[in-house]
Design a protein around this ligand. Structure first.
Ligand SMILES: CC(C)(COP(=O)(O)OP(=O)(O)OC[C@H]1O[C@@H](n2cnc3c(N)ncnc32)[C@H](O)[C@@H]1OP(=O)(O)O)[C@@H](O)C(=O)NCCC(=O)NCCS
Length: 154
């Protein structure tokens, strides 16, 4: 089994736009994400995992509005049959140093209280549950009070 992890920025995307649009659409099972638009205009990056060339996991990261060094993990998803094999961990191993290179000082992630696999993943990478404070009124918290804010300083 060959696992490949790609950090997708605009430069990498331009090498094969259709390939990356399809990979993201396959993982989300939807065409709603316009990858090019997000990379160009929304300060978004993706990390995509391929197992034997099949897209099987994704992380979507966005720079928080009006902040220059605070990023938020908007989605981390591994397709069900590929879970618990270390794929999300490999994506974070790629993603966190890249964000640091881009100038990140802090990464946030909003996690549902009962999402044990996600909490395990985030704890393993040094994220911790922290009061929302300044971020209480941002729309990064899609599920409102049910979600905890986890944070990692880098
Ligand atoms: C959360 C998620 C991305 C983890 O992906 P994954 O590839 O299975 O994660 P990994 O295999 O790298 O495991 C990471 C850690 O979580 C633990 N873990 C994974 N699945 C677990 C489970 N079902 N129960 C308990 N722990 C679990 C692993 O043991 C590992 O910790 P360890 O290395 O100390 O053993 C995946 O479960 C998923 O896509 N869930 C649905 C979407 C979701 O909830 N995303 C998070 C939104 S905040």
């Amino acid at each position: 089994m060959k696992l490949e992890i790609i950090f997708l920025d605009l430069t990498t995307y331009k090498t094969d736009p259709d390939f990356y649009e399809n990979a993201v659409a396959n993982i989300f099972d939807s065409n709603y994400v316009n990858v090019e638009n997000q990379l160009k205009h929304k300060n978004v990056y993706f990390v995509i995992a391929f197992m034997d060339n099949v897209p099987c996991g994704i992380v979507r990261i966005a720079l928080i509005y009006k902040r220059k060094t605070v990023y938020c993990i908007r989605q981390v998803l591994v397709l069900e049959k590929y879970r618990n094999k270390g794929i999300a961990s490999k994506m974070y191993e790629k993603c966190i140093p890249k964000l640091k290179e881009l100038g990140a000082t802090k990464i946030l992630s909003f996690i549902l209280q009962q999402n044990i696999p996600s909490k395990r993943l985030h704890s393993k990478f040094g994220f911790y549950n922290t009061p929302k404070g300044y971020y209480e009124n941002t729309n990064y918290d899609g599920n409102g009070e049910l979600e905890e804010m986890w944070c990692k300083k880098i």
